[in-house]
Unconditional design. Structure first.
Length: 190
């Protein structure tokens, strides 16, 4: 479920039933896709994997022994069909974790591109934080309005200079004040 509901977006835009639910849901989902990667979460990225029988190993570019423990349940996505899903960690190395997979043949260590996401239990539910929900609504409104009028930035009277594109690098900057306490420091590089 999206952080912004279709009903909330309809009300904020004042569009009534003019647009189909599916259209508005796409906008709500897009806002989540933009926003949620920047919110603190208990996840890391696996850069490679290998398999011996049904024992699969995921490799990281961080020290995993500080983040994971044997018996912990994680949700893996983007790691390939044998790794994806809810798994229980059976072994933790310095830069790796081992889980049981459905793969039955051996594969050497090889990179995962793009990286796989390994998510443990989150302690922050973004859907319960009003500031995050408001930021999601604001981003949803901007996405919707950009779809309807792509160059809707505005023009100054004296110079006829168009303002920056709405979906540019300032999209998140406009809501950063709301999100500041919840931003993942790993997302703020650059």
């Amino acid at each position: 479920m999206s952080l912004t509901t279709i009903a909330e977006l309809r009300t904020a835009l004042g569009v009534g039933t003019l647009y189909a639910d599916a259209t508005l849901q796409e906008v709500c989902d897009a806002a989540d896709n933009v926003l949620l990667p920047f919110i603190w979460s208990n996840s890391n990225f696996a850069i490679a994997n290998s398999n011996v029988g049904t024992v699969g190993t995921l490799y990281f570019d961080i020290v995993t022994s500080d983040n994971y423990y044997v018996g912990q349940t994680v949700v893996i996505s983007g790691g390939g069909s044998y790794f994806n899903g809810t798994k229980t960690i059976t072994q933790v190395g310095t830069n790796s974790i081992t889980v049981t997979t459905t793969h039955i043949s051996d594969t050497n260590k090889h990179p995962i591109n793009p990286y796989a996401s390994v998510a443990a239990e989150d302690y922050l539910d973004a859907a319960t934080v009003p500031a995050i929900q408001e930021a999601a609504l604001m981003i949803s409104i901007d996405i919707f309005q950009s779809r309807q009028a792509p160059s809707s930035g505005g023009v100054t009277i004296d110079g006829y200079q168009p303002s920056p594109y709405r979906m540019g690098n300032t999209l998140l900057a406009r809501v950063r004040g709301l999100l500041a306490p919840y931003l993942d420091p790993r997302s703020m590089v650059g």
